[in-house]
Design a protein around this ligand. Structure first.
Ligand code: GDP
Length: 446
């Protein structure tokens, strides 16, 4: 995420890193590069200029005061604070005061509205203890209703839909009445979008909004569209004055412009970011954490939270016992792989760890990386999976045939497995996995 911006900002800081003091000259050089970095990340020039003017004033303001702080570090700190400010300062919550609370989802077709509606339902259900109902108001595409139906089933929430009706206002109004009857406390309304902003679509979403007075109107936008995202955000806001923005596809090769300029341009905060197609790939938008990621400092807090969400305490206790007793086997190994896979896209997870994102930038890591190992284990008999020591030459040859790999690969994997098992056993005598997760839990921020 934002690799190119991160690299360019890094080069800008390099210009001032070796300096002993802040001077007009070295600040000016560094500022020029920061501005270039922002503009090439698709931040509008006016915003980039204003941003760097502020950074410059602050840096020069500290010229005679802070002798103890190195100019390079000072510059990073000032840029970090300004980035947080630019993106809205604080995280903005959802207004769920209503019985039911109604959340209207708007945006262009393909922006990720329907996917986000499903994710939001899951988030409200699993993290906020709500009983949401999804509502399909795209009356033009039956496929869109089907898509929302599949997602509703996947996340385990009800859906209100009407394939016969061509009136989205009526559907939304009925859905709210039905929710009251059924005891659903949040109604999420997914609406139709067009491929570009047009009068008909705007009039429709405006009519729905006026009819149902939602507690929250969210505008969903594809972050890959850069400056266009900001222009569309403005056009929608001029018409329907939404409350917050959802940035999608941040897992892609997005340059960062939309994340950085939407709040400044429209005046409304980003509330959520979406980082994948899976239903749990949704994060609350924290300006400080995002600024850390932009500056390549990783986002260890989000990483730990993601780990905690997926962490299966019982399973971990069982594994911990087996490691201590040195009976960790191939079945346990498979179950650990599944736990990691559950946490989401591995590369994006690694990117959250300070420094690691840069290291793994050009390496192809994905969930398929485990396929080879999984195939080897699946070619073992249940007895072999339980008894790694039983693997003799003839068994290994059979396994190699079974999974279509050569014997060297089987040997290499078993060797690695044995080394890992040894290390984990040693580690378990010092600090167990449970302790590690407990420590992580203590760092939880909300
Ligand atoms: P809608 O037309 O606005 O309802 O958009 P959809 O929800 O149907 O999404 C359009 C496409 O983008 C689908 O293929 C989604 O799977 C995909 N998509 C949505 N959100 C994300 C995301 O955060 N990351 C990625 N990589 N794909 C996404």
């Amino acid at each position: 995420m934002f690799e190119s911006l991160n690299e360019k900002l890094d080069s800008a800081f390099q210009l001032i890193k070796g300096e002993r003091t802040i001077t007009e000259l070295n600040v000016a050089e560094s500022i020029k590069e920061i501005r270039r970095a922002l503009v090439s990340a698709d931040v509008n020039y006016k915003i980039a200029k204003e941003f760097t003017d502020k950074v410059k004033d602050q840096a020069l303001g500290t010229k005679n005061v802070l002798k103890a702080v190195k100019p390079g570090e000072l510059m990073v700190k000032i840029v970090m604070d300004e980035l947080v400010e630019l993106m809205g300062g604080q995280a903005a919550g959802l207004n769920l005061n209503g019985n039911p609370a109604v959340i209207l989802i708007s945006g262009l077709q393909g922006s990720g509205k329907t996917t986000f509606s499903g994710k939001l339902a899951l988030y409200l259900k699993s993290k906020k203890g709500k009983k949401p109902v999804l509502t399909a108001c795209d009356v033009y595409r039956p496929a869109a209703i089907d898509q929302l139906t599949v997602l509703a089933e996947q996340v385990g929430v009800p859906i209100y839909k009407n394939y016969e009706s061509k009136d989205p206002v009526a559907i939304a109004t009925e859905a709210i009445l039905q929710a009251k009857k059924d005891g659903n406390d949040v109604v999420i309304i997914d609406t139709a979008g067009r491929t570009s902003v047009d009068e008909e679509m705007m009039a429709e979403i405006e009519r729905i909004k006026n009819a149902i007075s939602p507690q929250e109107t969210l505008f969903v936008v594809d972050s890959m569209t850069g400056q266009d995202a900001v222009t569309t955000a403005q056009a929608f806001h001029d018409r329907i004055q939404y409350d917050g923005v959802v940035l999608t596809k941040l897992d892609g090769d997005t340059r960062g412009g939309a994340a950085l300029s939407v709040k400044y341009t429209v005046g409304k905060p980003i509330k959520f970011v979406s980082t994948g197609e899976k239903m749990d790939a949704l994060d609350i938008f924290y300006p400080d954490r995002m600024a850390q990621r932009i500056l390549g400092m990783g986002d260890i807090v989000s990483f730990v939270e993601r780990a905690q969400d997926q962490y299966d305490e019982l399973e971990a206790k069982k594994i911990e016992k087996k490691i201590k007793a040195n009976t960790f086997d191939f079945n346990d190994f498979l179950s650990q792989i599944n736990q990691i896979k559950k946490m989401g896209d591995i590369k994006s997870l690694l990117g959250m760890i300070p420094g690691v994102g840069k290291m793994t930038k050009d390496i192809d890591i994905n969930n398929d990386s485990f396929k080879k190992v999984e195939a080897i284990i699946h070619s073992m008999t249940p007895m072999e999976r339980k008894n790694p020591d039983a693997l003799n030459m003839s068994r290994k040859t059979r396994i190699a045939k079974g999974c279509g790999q050569n014997i060297h690969e089987i040997n290499a994997f078993i060797k690695q497995f044995e080394e890992m098992r040894k290390m984990m056993h040693m580690f378990s005598k010092g600090q167990g996995m449970g302790n590690m997760m407990n420590q992580m839990r203590n760092t939880r921020r909300f």
